[in-house]
Ligand binder design. Structure first.
Ligand SMILES: *[C@@H]1O[C@H](CO)[C@@H](O)[C@H](O)[C@H]1NC(C)=O
Ligand SMILES: *[C@@H]1O[C@H](CO)[C@@H](O)[C@H](O)[C@H]1NC(C)=O
Ligand SMILES: *[C@@H]1O[C@H](CO)[C@@H](O)[C@H](O)[C@H]1NC(C)=O
Ligand SMILES: *[C@@H]1O[C@H](CO)[C@@H](O)[C@H](O)[C@H]1NC(C)=O
Length: 366
């Protein structure tokens, strides 16, 4: 029985490698080395999901000049061009992964992008305006069900276990209260609040692991106390925001080490987005930028009033001549050029920026 199975398996592999290096299931053929990318999180990763939800222009980027550099039209990405997962998809030899909510997008064998601008790990962060992380998880579970139906239980399981799960989450759980209602924070100590945010991210990671996910990639929170919007809008909150972000980043990297020791087969890559951005803000020329502090698109000091596109409460805005010379495209979000630099480090950077694996090494892990 065992020998028979083994022979059958080898025979198939031999056949596949001799004739066509792909594996076909029904009408779907996948290369042997095929890896899917499942993307969770906030505006750093959103490829346009918020185009399809009932929200406000505060949480949408489907207006010009968003997209001007690469796509030449606004796609819903919060940048002048591609976002970090777009580059990761390219390096992994995948097509761009479209937003999950894009109507009629069926090719889940490449993965799916569930990220939503403005979203946090806490359901209450901007509830009603964004797709929170738990809802993103419920969408992932739907995809899992569809995949099993389409390519069968065993193949779906294999696809999920080889896949990479990318996360940028937590920024808005800290940011939103400082932009709207700081009394949300006052019912918790910093420690309690950070534990709550990380607890919610951890729950989602564990659920994905239970579904068969093994390889995870995370970016740390960004320097929200230093971005143009904070300098222009709420400079008095700068220190407290920075203290919270720093505490979160430290606690999260610790939480990942614990998960790696508890969850079977769990492997991860973690990139320090915080120091990546601050280094470029402070030394733009060293990294090929001309301007590190001021945004390309916006109004007021540092162009930090969030008005890019003119569809929010402030209608007037300035737009720089060449976004690639800037670290920030709008009051919060990096330019495509900064995203590309970060994606490169995430993909194959050294251990001082991306650890304990970079994404490329993670992908090659058995
Ligand atoms: C969208 O939200 C607005 C304001 O919250 C509400 O009035 C409207 O009914 C919502 N539309 C849909 C389709 O849910
Ligand atoms: C601010 O948040 C607090 C605590 O969650 C809540 O009680 C209060 O109603 C909120 N205020 C506004 C203006 O939303
Ligand atoms: C997740 O967040 C909610 C508040 O939104 C909190 O009540 C709950 O304890 C958190 N879960 C964990 C595991 O920390
Ligand atoms: C924009 O700036 C980048 C980076 O300095 C440069 O490579 C590119 O040629 C510039 N584009 C134009 C149209 O000037």
């Amino acid at each position: 029985m065992m020998a028979g199975l083994r022979f059958h398996f080898c025979f198939l592999v031999l056949c596949a490698s001799l004739i066509i290096p792909t594996q076909c299931l029904g009408d779907i053929c996948l290369p042997e080395e095929h890896v899917a990318l499942f993307i969770f999180g906030d505006s750093l990763f959103d490829a346009g999901n918020n185009n399809y939800i009932n929200t406000t222009t505060d949480f949408q980027a489907n207006i010009w000049p968003y997209g001007e550099t690469f796509f030449k039209y606004p796609t819903g990405r919060f940048s002048d061009g591609r976002v970090i997962p777009d580059f990761i998809a390219e390096y992994a030899k995948l097509p761009l992964i479209p937003p999950y909510l894009h109507p009629g997008y069926p090719r889940y064998t490449d993965g799916a992008n569930f990220a939503s601008g403005g979203a946090g790990a806490l359901v209450k962060t901007r509830r009603g305006f964004v797709i929170d992380l738990h809802t993103q998880l419920s969408y992932f579970k739907k995809v899992d069900t569809l995949l099993k139906r389409k390519i069968g239980e065993a193949q779906a399981k294999k696809l999920l276990s080889k896949a990479i799960y990318l996360f940028s989450i937590g920024n808005n759980d800290y940011f939103a209260p400082f932009l709207t209602n700081t009394s949300v924070l006052q019912s918790y100590s910093h420690e309690e609040y950070v534990d709550m945010v990380i607890g919610n991210v951890t729950t989602v990671i564990e659920e994905i692991h239970r579904k068969g996910g093994r390889k995870f990639g995370f970016v740390s929170l960004g320097p929200l106390g230093l971005v143009p919007i904070t300098k222009a809008f709420t400079p008095e909150n700068r220190e407290e925001l920075t203290a919270l972000i720093t505490r979160h980043n430290k606690a999260f990297s610790h939480a990942l080490q614990i998960l790696a020791s508890q969850l079977k087969g769990f492997k991860y890559s973690y990139t320090n987005l915080y120091s990546f951005i601050t280094e470029r803000m402070n030394n733009p020329l060293k990294y090929g930028f001309k301007e590190g502090m001021m945004a390309c698109c916006g109004t007021g000091p540092y162009r930090g009033i969030s008005s890019c596109g003119g569809k929010k409460s402030v209608k007037e805005y300035e737009l720089c001549g060449n976004a690639s010379e800037y670290v920030f495209f709008d009051a919060v979000h990096p330019t495509e050029r900064a995203n590309q630099q970060l994606a490169k480090l995430f993909w194959n950077g050294n251990l001082d920026v991306t650890w304990p694996y970079n994404l490329k090494a993670l992908l090659e892990q058995k």
